[in-house]
Design a protein around this ligand. Sequence first.
Ligand code: FES
Length: 105
Amino acid sequence: MAGYRRHVFVCLNERDPSDPKGCCKHRGSDEVFKTLKAGAHKAGLADVRINRAGCLDHCAYGPTVVIYPEAVWYRVPSVEAAQEILRSHIIEGKVVDRLLIDNIA
Ligand code: FES
């Protein structure tokens, strides 16, 4: 069957520092991506895919991560937050409410 149990997209978009919109890359999205990718690999999650993404249009809240099939949108401000999302949502299927973009927007 095509597809994954969970498909995770991490915004790695980078803008010029003078751009008022800012970008996820300058807020640490590289480390978030590496943490999720390495963590999923270490946990043996062959049915989970962690992908790089361009701008996901939630720039003010970045680093932005979206997880499907639930279509849950997260603000992931630290490596620790990425580890929590990996453990709670990606592995155990429990949404991390405090990191939802909907709860801070
Ligand atoms: S730069 Fe990441 S959501 Fe736009």
